[in-house]
Ligand binder design. Sequence first.
Ligand code: PRX
Length: 633
Amino acid sequence: MNKLRINSFSEYKKAYKESVDNPEAFWDQIAEQFVWKKKWDKTLEYDFSKPEFKWFQGGKLNITENVLDRHLQKNGNKTAIIWEPNNPFEETRIITYRQLHAKVCQFANVLKRNGVQKGDRVCIYMPMIPELAIAMLACARIGAVHSIVFAGFSSSAIASRINDAQCKLIVTANEVYRGDKPINLKAIVDEALKDCPSIQTCIVYRRAIEPTMMVGGRDRFWIDEMSKVDANCPATEMDAEDPLFILYTSGSTGKPKGMVHTTGGYLVQTAYSFENIFQMDKDDIYWCTADIGWITGHSYIIYGPLACGATTVMFEGVPSYPDFGRFWEIVEKLKVTHFYTAPTAIRSLAKESLDYVVKYDLSSLKVLGSVGEPINQEAWHWYNDYIGKGNCPIVDTWWQTETGSILISPLAGITSTRPTFATLPLPGVQPVLMDENGKEIETGAEKAEGRLAIKFPWPSMARTVYGDHQRYKDTYFSTFENAYFTGDGAYRDAMGYYRITGRVDDVVIVSGHNLGTAPIENAINEHEAVVESAVVGFPHDIKGNALYAYVILYDNFQPSEDLIKQIKEEVSKSIGAIAKPDKIQFVKGLPKTRSGKIMRRILRKIAAGESDFGDISTLLNPEIVRVIQEEKV
Ligand code: PRX
């Protein structure tokens, strides 16, 4: 019988072997440790060619009974969420499992009262406050599908996501501070809703006392709505394969992909991975610094930790406010034991004075985590030496919005770690490296490098792209036969340890944010002066990668600083500030193949300051390459 918790490397090896030899029996044993209203009839049915993946078919459950109700009897008074505000002088909020359960049920009743039913989509555009967690779990309570949009996205990005999923209701907040910057979320939502006919209701949490413009008939305050309902809300029975949420990620076309995650498999694998990777003790305090608007926040601030009955910290602010010691001040204050962040945050703090670190007592820390992008040697060592003091295993966790949960990672204190290696797959996960011909590179004593794919289904994988199954198939299942293509390249050493080397497609990971170059180009092309553009990533000390845009202007426009500003503004308006290019170079032409495709490989090299372009004679316009290189900004 496989328990939820693995306690040693030999147990890991045993569980891994069982999970490959007999995946269904393995996942049956794991899934049985959760609360089901009815047990499943069939563990797995799949077909890579459709592609279709069904886990725990016939099983009935509600995920909130697993993350909340299940803990009430023994651990009702245990802290579920510790909320740390942006402003250090504002009070920390402690929410127990019992209190969270009550609030979730109450807000679920608010949603029902406002006409939300099982299967309806609800957009959530909120800052990192407990009400965000309450709203998402309230959706899950009644079987509504949440679609959380990161509260840094622009109104047009919100509108396109709302329209894609035809959301019926949106939950937001009025004004919020991030660092010393006020952001009026409600005004951004108002702008978005001008183009969103499917939205009937907008519920506004009053985070700031500022007066708020409310639209009659559509907008309601959270507090007023809560006062009209009680806190009794039975959990709606969901099929294991019913959708739990949609989360958008960028891709190689302009339109974001709404990845659909379902209920049963997602619960089982986020909880299983959390339990084993972080190896928490009963009274430990876990803090993941991600935003709930990203998959890391969904799976490893809310669902995974709460399914395991952990105490999870939610932080509203930024690492640099009021100064660069904020993270460490919070670690000391809350006695955080498990700290999980992104390499970009580590790099940005490592470049500041060590005084910000040494001032605080970090002795509560036991485990450190990294996520979102490859962690470079320098960042790894700084994290290990100055934050972990050499005593805390670093779990470098590799996964994606699409995978739902972490697939490759050390188990803290169990798997021996090595800087820059995400190490070994979790039980139930079968990664493979593919060569240029799409052939699997066999595992063995040899080192290998190739494209990373997963050759067997896993429970928390996204099941489709909302409203566009063909795109799901084309993006992930058409590169290799009978395998999921991750879009990443990877290296595997003789011990079978994986190191992720980065994206091999048109996605660039900037400060841990997954950005498709196509939507950014579309936004730049919106400017009246622009004929065409090409965006690529280039190495950046802090962000990992930054964006470099090559832009062709119409003849009647002259390059200028003002134009650069306007183009950046265009990107900000269309997507959000995170997608603004760091560098913009005006060019007369772009290197193209004879079939008219932009040769991004060459543009990437120019942006990175390299000059070995290989054979460019087959290009339509090889002469442009040197010109662009000479005029590089
Ligand atoms: O390139 C990989 C990188 O982030 C991509 C997924 O981005 P997203 O869907 O936004 O999810 C981010 C949080 C899970 C991957 O294709 N990535 C993620 N984690 C790592 C990583 N690259 C290297 N090492 C990691 N630990």
